[in-house]
Design a protein around this ligand. Structure first.
Ligand code: TYD
Length: 138
């Protein structure tokens, strides 16, 4: 898996003078079925989240409110994406190291995930992550 597979997916947006509505259907708008949803909120200014990769998990990350930056790294290349639209999701495939920072006040980061929470799916050490990407490339 590499960074070029990580992309912004524009989600459906139903505009209405009463307010906008966005919806997401697993397997239709995003390339996996949704097993779990979690969200980050009340993130203090200057805080950093993430700092890990997943061996098998697929995720869609959305700035439901406010904004933040996501830094992606596949062991070969890096890119940073500024998230600030409630109708855009960033698809992150397995084996991508991600870090998140620059959270605005009131930001809410919602994550749709393909699997239940499983700590054994995490790579939390960067050197370990790099070693694992090299082994997979052999
Ligand atoms: P972590 O994934 O490290 O947070 P982030 O990447 O946003 O910085 O998770 C933080 C803690 O929350 C960690 O102890 C594991 C726990 N957790 C769950 O119990 N269930 C979940 O679905 C998630 C995402 C985390």
């Amino acid at each position: 898996m590499n960074i070029t597979q990580c992309r912004i997916i524009e989600l459906p947006k139903i505009g209405d003078p009463r307010g906008n509505l966005t919806f997401i259907e697993g397997g239709r708008h995003i390339p996996f079925d949704i097993r779990r949803v979690y969200y980050l909120y009340d993130v203090p200014g200057g805080a950093e989240r993430g700092g890990h990769a997943h061996k098998g998990l697929h995720q869609l990350i959305i700035a439901v409110a406010g904004s933040f930056d996501i830094h992606l790294d596949d062991g070969c290349g890096r890119k940073t994406i500024h998230m600030n639209r409630s109708y855009n999701g960033l698809y992150v495939c397995p084996m991508i190291w991600r870090e998140m920072d620059n959270f605005s006040s009131g930001a809410v980061c919602m994550v749709l995930a393909s699997e239940y929470y499983d700590e054994t799916d995490y790579l939390r050490d960067y050197e370990d992550f790099i070693r694992t990407t090299k082994e997979a490339g052999r």
